[in-house]
Design a protein around this ligand. Structure first.
Ligand SMILES: [Zn+2]
Length: 553
């Protein structure tokens, strides 16, 4: 090919001898680059992915719970890998780590959730009917017969001309709130695409801003995107926070309840939950005082912990661009040891996210394998405590190891394709910034198609570590497995779908030798190429004009 092209060029009489020669060398350059890229991409393979996943998801790492021995072992493994690839330490003081201080709070219900009205009382059971966790680092957190107010979606969005609260003061009260955001009208809250307003974390934050001492999010599987057991799995388990600052308003307790429990709460006040929900679909909705009060108290154990993010750096090769940084992130933590299910108490988190960590490591190795480093600097960031509220990436975003304005892009991996090769690959955050077009080009080179993640209702853009980068204005994108399988499409889709119902955040999210990693290899190579392309492009990534994060850049 290298000798043929200039000949063709001469035949086409495309210029002088000098031009031809110049073109020849340019072509050779390009060919060289492509084959270097291919050679590096080929270091990513099924055994390389499987080995890293098997190690990180092994029972010996005990589910990589925050600040446990498994957490330390995972970090040691990742930095050892980085070191063997020849990366530079990207942590603080010349180390591989950025320590992350974390507050752990374990809440035990001391007064079970009881609602009372003039017509009687109901005492609910945890975690069958509800879950409860302290929202502040004090020994006791409580609601003492606090009035419960139904606040609909609990959203205040001036740009949507939507305010569920009107002028209602929630001081000293408990908000009963629906999950999700309005999803029936494409012109309202982007239709069935879930915005941050639809996330439970927003509900708690907004209720606290309004003076509430508590909030109860009503669980339904469609509005949460996962079954109640996912929430129940967290009940009584230690919850983790970044150190508290006094300026942020805080609830006493945040809770979820089942749909049936919510119906009973409303009925005790003589109200019908379905009617209330219907009324909440209107702009003129006003909060409804249910005429019931709620009592609940927990005793809390508070401790200070330390985990760390692990960072490896590949210095950029272009003197003009090497001060800019493209980040690829994957969380290495999972839920640790928890409530046993079928005799198993280790939440291995093989897919979530030993698999994404393995992909990130493979990409780091491939990048280090390139004879010439990409023009911009690459930061490989294994973040901690994602499962505890994106704490590791949130901490990194607050204390970046490079100047914030020099961090120009972020790719995130949280779960890879373990079901087999697909023609498509999906992107969460599709269209939000220029990384979409970039990934589309790379996918097209491989005869593949980049598609928006079809589960727009899940609000996945706000649920993994790239969100922490988006919140400081960094254009970010999050890759997910495709669904157009090359073979046995329906069967594979069924198995893929069943993961959320059966294994997600359960002890049986375990590595299995039967996993088909052929699709993961193709996807990981593709993400590797996207990263290299973003690092080599003349222009840094940018937000799509009008995007919700554009103003933060
Ligand atoms: Zn995850």
């Amino acid at each position: 090919m290298r000798t043929l092209l200039p000949v063709l060029c001469v035949l086409a009489a495309c210029g002088t001898t000098d031009d031809v020669e110049e073109e020849f060398f340019e072509l050779e350059d390009v060919t060289q680059e492509v084959s270097d890229l291919d050679a590096a991409a080929r270091t990513i393979g099924e055994p390389q992915l499987a080995g890293a996943i098997r190690f990180l998801a092994h029972d010996l790492l005990e589910g990589r719970g925050v600040a446990t021995r498994g957490d330390e072992l995972a970090r040691l493994y990742i930095q050892t890998e980085f070191e063997t690839y020849g990366l530079e330490p990207g942590g603080v003081d010349g180390t591989w780590e950025q320590p992350v201080p974390i507050i752990g709070i374990t809440s035990e219900v001391t007064k079970p959730f009881t609602v009372r009205s003039a017509s009687g009382s109901i005492t609910f059971e945890a975690p069958g009917d509800y879950t409860a966790e302290a929202s502040r680092p004090t020994e006791v957190t409580a609601w003492g017969d606090a009035p419960i107010v139904f606040v609909g979606y609990g959203i205040h969005a001036p740009e949507q001309d939507w305010d569920d609260f009107k002028d209602t003061d929630l001081t000293g009260k408990v908000a009963l709130v629906m999950n999700n955001d309005p999803d029936w009208d494409p012109d309202l809250f982007e239709g069935n695409t879930r915005l941050y307003y639809g996330r439970w974390s927003y509900k708690f934050e907004e209720a606290a801003r309004r003076g509430a001492i508590g909030a109860i999010v009503i669980h339904t599987t469609p509005s949460a995107g996962y079954p109640f057991q996912v929430i129940q799995a967290g009940h009584g388990r230690e919850q983790f926070w970044l150190p508290f600052d006094d300026s942020t308003p805080r609830l006493q307790l945040r809770t979820w309840c089942s749909d049936e429990a919510a119906k009973k709460i409303c009925a005790l006040g003589g109200k019908d939950l379905d009617e209330l929900r219907a009324s909440a679909k209107r702009r003129d909705f006003r909060p409804v005082v249910l005429g019931v009060s709620g009592e609940l108290a927990t005793a809390n154990q508070v401790r200070e912990l330390r985990s760390a993010n692990v960072a490896g750096v590949l210095r950029g090769s272009d003197p003009a661009l090497r001060d800019e940084v493209v980040v690829i992130s994957a969380h290495f933590d999972h839920l640790g040891i928890g409530r046993p299910k079928r005799g198993d108490e280790i939440y291995n988190g093989a897919l979530d996210n030993a698999s994404g960590s393995a992909a990130m490591l493979n990409i780091a190795r491939a990048c280090a394998h390139l004879p010439n480093a990409p023009r911009r600097t690459l930061l490989f960031l294994a973040v901690t405590a994602e499962e505890s509220g994106l704490l590791g990436s949130k901490y990194y975003a607050r204390h970046p190891t490079f100047p914030r304005e020099r961090i120009v892009g972020n790719f995130n991996i949280d779960g890879i394709n373990i079901w087999g090769a697909t023609t498509d690959i999906s992107m969460i955050g599709y269209g939000k910034n220029s990384l979409t077009a970039l990934a589309e080009r790379v996918a097209a080179r491989h005869g593949r198609e980049l598609v928006p993640n079809p589960q727009v209702e899940l609000g996945l853009f706000y649920r993994s570590d790239h969100f922490s980068f988006a919140r400081i204005g960094v254009p970010a994108a999050y890759f997910k497995a495709g669904r157009d399988f090359l073979e046995n499409v329906e069967g594979k889709r069924r198995v893929k779908q069943s993961y959320t119902a059966v294994r997600y955040h359960q002890p049986n999210d375990q590595f299995d030798d039967r996993w088909d990693l052929s699709g993961a290899v193709a996807d990981t190579r593709l993400i590797f190429e996207c990263l290299v392309e973003a690092a080599n492009a003349d222009a840094a990534p940018s937000w799509t004009p009008g995007d919700e994060f554009e103003k933060l850049r």
